[in-house]
Design a protein around this ligand. Structure first.
Ligand code: ZN
Ligand code: ZN
Length: 460
């Protein structure tokens, strides 16, 4: 057994500066008897073992031995126990760790580590590559095989090959380019009388590799499908868990449609076609999603309360007071930090509304933003109409008319009314905004549409 005695310390190694705090933090880990270590390992999936290797030099040493039976055993046990699609034994001459590492398609292309393409394991060459990296490193037979590779013998006769599909109907044999050169070099050093045996042995090895490769292709596909399904299940489970959160009355808080419309969810969904998930593919997805949803829900509650206050008049004024059209809480709402990121636990919406109101006033005082409103003015209303793309909504009344039957007009409409011969018959130059007043009822209604549609969307 190659594993070092457990009493040896790290000595003057690179980890020495961390050793003190490490051993203080977990003395039992550093002085762990080897059989305990092996026992622990037997309960870990291979990706945890890979992580464990990075913990310290000793673990690395124990787990990285390609010759120790114990080490090989640890990896084999883990592979057979935790990965139902890694049941085939390693190919001839390959140790367990290299085999597991190569089999893990979820670990991306060995060369470029690209996130976009799913790599393929080319067992005859013992590499896992994306198609781009593969194409760069192979030579296509027969036309691309260089002349030098055919002298003194045709080297391709003793090498394993893989296949590359050139177009829809054309698949060609390919050889690993660096293997062409290295095998030729090897061949040049073989004495002539031994060449026959050498060729024979090489051909057997190549044949075995090719046969072994065909045996594994199907398994790789099954494993890939399984990984993709696991990933999808994980996402579905996250949604289910969120869906099952209920309020005190037992009512669902987050509806499915609401959850899957979140950008965080959509982003996760867009990566479903790649299997990369040896660890968590979307760290903290649940927490992020829940947080997004909670914020949105809180914003809704705040807006609802503001709308209540806006339309309450005097009825509710003794409790927390109504909101007037010129209150900056309305037109500065989307800039207020408390509204953008409402408190995680919302005990009293009224308090939050008060806080937002203060923030809005503070903003105005410091002139941090140019105010679009207030909505009690014609200018504010015109801007509100523009934001809602509803320039023809009648929000204005003529001040010169009086009586109960006064009509509401659009801004252009009220101007026309003032100029109309049968009404006030004013010259265009005589008209000014002091003759126009706003229809508060209608402005309130438009504000509620604006808050519900625009502001809520804009701050999501
Ligand atoms: Zn690649
Ligand atoms: Zn009038």
């Amino acid at each position: 057994m190659e594993i070092v005695p457990l009493t040896s310390s790290h000595g003057n190694t690179l980890v020495a500066p961390f050793q003190k705090s490490f051993s203080e933090a977990c003395p039992s880990l550093i002085h762990m008897p080897v059989d305990v270590f092996i026992e622990i390992c037997s309960h870990l999936p291979h990706y945890d073992l890979l992580n464990l290797m990075c913990v310290c030099r000793r673990f690395y040493y124990w787990l990285n031995s390609t010759t120790s039976y114990t080490t090989q055993d640890i990896w084999r046990t883990s592979r057979l126990k935790f990965d139902k699609y890694m049941k085939l034994d390693p190919p001839e001459g390959m140790d367990e760790i290299s085999f597991i590492r190569l089999s893990m398609i979820e670990k991306k292309c060995q060369i470029c580590k690209s996130d976009h393409d799913i790599p393929k394991i080319y067992w005859a060459f013992r590499v896992r590559l994306c198609i781009k990296c593969f194409k760069k490193r192979v030579t296509i037979a027969p036309d691309k095989i260089p002349e030098w590779a055919k002298d003194p013998i045709d080297i391709t006769l003793v090498l394993p090959h893989e296949y590359l599909s050139i177009s829809r109907n054309v698949t060609k044999c390919v050889y690993w380019t660096s293997e062409l050169t290295s095998t030729l070099q090897e061949c040049l050093f073989i004495p002539t009388e031994e060449l026959g045996d050498w060729i024979f042995n090489k051909q057997i090895t190549a044949k075995n590799k090719i046969e072994d490769a065909t045996k594994r292709i199907k398994n790789d596909q099954i494993r890939l499908d399984w990984l993709l399904k696991e990933k999808k299940d994980l996402l579905d489970k996250t949604v289910k868990t969120l869906e099952n959160i209920k309020d005190i009355k037992g009512k669902k808080i987050y509806l499915k449609n609401y959850i899957i419309s979140q950008p965080t969810y959509q982003k996760a969904l867009s990566t479903l076609k790649t299997p990369f998930m040896d660890t968590d593919p979307w760290p903290n997805l649940y927490k992020k999603l829940k947080n997004d949803l909670a914020i949105k829900r809180h914003r809704k509650l705040i807006i609802r309360r503001i709308l209540q206050l806006l339309t309450s008049y005097r009825k509710l004024s003794d409790s927390k007071g109504e909101i007037f059209l010129n209150d900056p809480v309305l037109d500065c709402l989307e800039w207020c930090p408390t509204f953008i990121k409402p408190p995680e636990k919302l005990k009293d919406v009224d308090d939050v509304v008060l806080r937002i109101r203060d923030e809005a006033r503070e903003y105005l005082k410091k002139r941090l933003h140019k105010r679009r409103g207030p909505f009690s003015t014609i200018e504010g209303c015109n801007k509100l109409l523009k934001t809602c793309n509803k320039t023809h909504v009648p929000l204005f009344k003529c001040k010169l008319c009086w009586g109960s039957g006064r009509k509401s007009y659009s801004y252009a409409g009220v101007n026309r009314h003032l100029m109309c011969q049968s009404a006030h018959n004013l010259y265009y130059s005589d008209i000014d905004d002091s003759m126009i007043e706003i229809d508060r009822e209608k402005v309130r209604k438009l504000i509620s549409t604006w808050l519900n549609n625009k502001v809520l969307l804009k701050t999501s």
